[in-house]
Design a protein around this ligand. Structure first.
Ligand code: DGL
Length: 270
């Protein structure tokens, strides 16, 4: 009984890591579309085609439930997939909603009208495609009123992380935080709206400084998945083998994943 986790590359491993700690008994099949990363600079049709191909591979591996551990795919493709592509016996869930529920102090399934919340000035850091989609602002508007969102499209950060160039990734994070602060000098919360960013979360925190609450997805998504599986245990799926699949070069992806998760990870060709 396996659950699928999909990302354009290595970023979803941050979610996988939190999920395996929260739900150690649930086998996870991870698929990274490393051959086509980054998604953040692609158009919506392209992201839809790549995401459906990856998720179809996870269905094939026995997963009935797939988490899109990729904000870009969640923002650009998920709604279209849910409306016309996902078979009725399968589920595909994104990573936006748990984050926005945490930010707006809501529990799952609370569909009450939007209301005032504690945070007023939110800095969103995400890929260019996620920022362009305005999916974050749309989901937020369903739940909260009076929240000012300033978004920073963090070009280059995913590419640098995928290439293992953490010095460049860190420098880019600092310059994106500076650019955001020029537009919104005093955010009270910052959202890391890309699953690659927890790999440089310390740099975001340091550059943002004290007094900014940082919302990062891995633990929030793991908690929300645990809650979902309690309500829908049948969605754990037919497969019972965990594994790591990539559309890229398994040896190089395994090396980087091992470095990021600090444990041996062996990817196979998808
Ligand atoms: N981890 C993906 C996300 O959460 C990165 C997207 C990309 O490949 O640019 O948005």
């Amino acid at each position: 009984m396996a659950v699928g986790i999909f990302d354009s590359g290595l970023g979803g491993l941050t979610v996988l890591d939190a999920v395996t700690r929260r739900l150690p008994e649930v086998p996870i099949v991870y698929l990274g579309d490393n051959a086509h990363t980054p998604y953040g600079v692609r158009d919506a049709d392209d992201i839809y085609d790549l995401t459906t191909a990856g998720v179809a591979r996870l269905f094939e591996a026995g997963c009935d439930l797939v988490i899109l551990a990729c904000n870009t795919a969640s923002a650009a493709a998920l709604r279209r997939m849910q409306e016309g592509w996902v078979p009725s016996d399968k589920r595909v869930l994104g990573v936006f909603v748990p984050l926005i529920e945490a930010l707006t102090e809501r529990h799952w399934g609370d569909n009450s009208p939007p209301r005032e919340v504690a945070v007023k000035h939110v800095a969103l850091f995400a890929t260019p495609a996620t920022v362009r989609s305005r999916a974050f602002q749309r989901e937020l508007a369903f739940r909260a009123i009076g929240v000012d969102v300033e978004a920073q499209a963090c070009g280059g950060v995913v590419d640098a992380i995928e290439e293992g160039d953490m010095i460049l990734a860190e420098a880019l994070v600092r310059s994106h935080v500076e650019a955001l602060k020029r537009k919104m000098p005093k955010p009270d919360a910052a959202v890391l709206g890309c699953t690659h960013y927890p790999l440089v979360e310390d740099v975001f925190r340091e550059a943002l400084g004290e007094g900014v609450s940082v919302y990062s997805q891995p633990a929030l998504v793991a908690e929300s998945l645990a809650d979902y599986l309690e309500r829908r245990p049948e969605m754990r799926g037919g497969g019972d083998e965990a594994g790591f699949l990539t559309t890229g070069d398994p040896a190089s992806v395994s090396n980087k994943a091992t470095q990021f998760l600090r444990r041996k990870i062996a990817f196979e060709a998808a």
